[in-house]
Every structure is written in C-alpha cells, then in structure tokens.
Design a binder for this molecule. Structure first.
Ligand SMILES: [Zn+2]
Length: 64
C-alpha cells in the first residue's frame, strides 16, 4: 500500500470484522471501538483514547 496524505482509515475490527467506530470525547480524546462493542453486540475490541484521530486510528490498526 502506498502512503497517502488523506486521513488514515481504521481497519475492520481485528476480532470480528465489524466496521470500526471512531468515537470522540471532548477536544482531545479520540478512540476507535468495534461497531459491535458493548451494548451494540458482543465484541470487546477497543483502543485506548488518544489525543488525535490519527493516533487513535494508528493504535487501532495495530490491534490484533
Ligand atoms: Zn469486533
């Protein structure tokens, strides 16, 4: 894959393949969780909050 200047897109959930859900709280807490996380399903994949969307997506994309 080539590196692009566009925003990095989060991958599908590494555990169940559901679409990722980018969440935000306040000005500098962004994280990605599985669309089936918690009450929305039965998946528990979530990444720790990061100061920016870019970093949150990077952390999410490293989850296995
Ligand atoms: Zn999932």
């Amino acid at each position: 894959m080539t590196e692009q200047k566009q925003a990095v897109q989060p991958q599908a959930c590494p555990k169940c393949g559901a679409p990722p859900d980018v969440r935000k709280a306040g000005a500098n807490r962004v994280w990605v969780q599985c669309a089936k996380f918690g009450a929305n399903g039965n998946c528990n994949v979530i990444c720790s909050p990061q100061p920016t969307r870019k970093e949150a997506v990077a952390v999410w994309n490293r989850l296995k």
